[in-house]
Design a protein around this ligand. Structure first.
Ligand SMILES: [Zn+2]
Length: 414
């Protein structure tokens, strides 16, 4: 169960091990040629056919005629030898500021099909050919799971669901759950126990919960003196939790321990799909929600947590990256009447679409089941429930996206 060859063998001073048979038989296509101090996979079938220095650039050609150029300083900076990268932490220890200008290296594609650079001061750097290929300048950055946007029709048979036992006890179950969570933004974990605290144990399969002013985890039930709408029995319109934070929680888990009350069906809607729908039917309203800053605020006796941001957040490429929609903690912000005219028109239409059965799904959350969703993409809500008809008790917590992504990458190393 240990896929990492470095744990099984000490690193040589050059960090090299050779598994390539030069007579043409690639005996272990999955084994790296040069230890690049990487946990992630980079082994592959390619060897270098040629390497040459061309001014400031090192030009290499693989055995399938694919070429790439690297700046010589990039190569020196990314040397993976034991002097340049810490053998245990795998972090960079070479400091370009402290070494002599490395000059133009002598380069060769060596007998293993790896790149060897010999620098002016005699330092030797070796590079695995498939590692170089992963990092050629035109390569994409690390792959992120691609979101699969959904409407209610696609979820007609229910959310992607994984059995609690599989998530808690198998890496494959955990991987399937997190992969679906990352791509669909909403999943169910089913068939779990109804002991308090299970929501945190599930979060601990990934890492640890993100704490907020509502604690490490929170109990969603009708309470006396509530400080949040979730702690009442009223209908909750679809919303995002904590848009009043600069960095709202990325994922939310809601675990049902008991649900005997009438009403209280859960509501979910893919906010990215709805934003796309709005952009199509009303580009002006979409643009308003993307650009007009909105104040969100939570206040109680202990806290006053505020943040200002548009309802729809886009990344540098213009792709929708987050939704901040929560009607009850939207602040009474000063608003120019012309801006108010535009805002309320766009806001109303977006809200209507969020409620549209084309987009929204509705289902009863059963005891022992947990819904997990991307809090910045999939809005959640619930119908009104009637506390006099029975007890309804959910426990919730939040988890950072960095931890979910990291767990997935670690699980996918094998
Ligand atoms: Zn080095």
């Amino acid at each position: 169960m240990n896929p990492d060859p470095r744990r099984a063998r000490p690193r040589s001073s050059l960090g090299i091990h050779c598994t390539w048979a030069p007579d043409g038989g690639v005996d272990q296509a999955s084994a790296p040629i040069v230890d690049m101090g990487e946990f992630g996979p980079y082994a592959g079938p390619h060897r270098l056919a040629d390497a040459e220095i061309d001014g400031e650039l090192v030009r290499i050609t693989w055995d399938d005629a694919v070429q790439a150029v690297y700046h010589r300083l990039w190569l020196r900076d990314n040397c993976a030898c034991a002097d340049c990268r810490h053998p245990q932490t795998r972090e960079r220890t070479v400091k370009l500021v402290d070494i002599d200008e490395p000059g133009r290296p002598e380069v060769t594609s060596d007998s293993d099909g790896a790149l060897t650079c010999t620098w002016a001061d005699g330092h030797v750097s070796r590079f695995d050919p498939n590692w170089l290929r992963q990092r050629r300048p035109e390569a994409d950055g690390p792959a992120q799971p691609t979101p699969r946007l959904w409407t209610s029709a696609r979820m007609a048979d229910g959310l992607p669901s994984v059995d609690h036992h599989a998530v808690m006890n198998t890496n494959d179950g955990l991987r399937r759950w997190l992969d679906a969570l990352s791509r669909d933004g909403a999943t169910l974990v089913t068939g779990g126990p109804t002991q308090p605290g299970e929501v945190v144990r599930l979060a601990e399969r990934i890492g640890w919960p993100r704490e907020t002013n509502f604690g490490r985890h929170f109990d969603v039930q009708s309470k006396p003196n509530p400080n949040n709408a979730a702690y009442t029995a009223i209908r909750l319109e679809p919303h995002v939790d904590l848009p009043n934070w600069q960095r709202p929680p990325d994922f939310q888990f809601l675990y049902c321990l008991e649900n005997k009350a009438d009403g209280g069906e859960s509501l979910l809607v893919d906010g990215f799909a709805v934003a796309g729908g709005l952009a199509e039917e009303d580009p002006e309203a979409f643009e308003t929600l993307c650009t007009l800053p909105v104040d969100f605020r939570f206040q109680d006796a202990e806290n006053d947590i505020r943040y200002r941001a548009p309802v729809i957040g886009r990344d540098a490429d213009g792709a929708v990256r987050e939704i901040r929609f929560n009607n009850w903690i939207r602040d009474a912000q000063p608003m120019d009447p012309a801006a108010a005219e535009r805002f309320y028109r766009g806001y109303r239409r977006f809200w209507e679409l969020l409620r549209d059965p084309k987009y929204m799904i509705r289902f009863p959350l059963k005891p022992g089941c947990m819904m997990a969703f991307d809090n910045l993409r999939v809005l959640h809500g619930r119908e009104e429930f009637f506390p006099n008809t029975g007890k309804r008790h959910l426990q919730g917590c939040y988890v950072d996206r960095d931890l979910v992504d990291s767990r997935l990458r670690v699980l996918e190393r094998t």
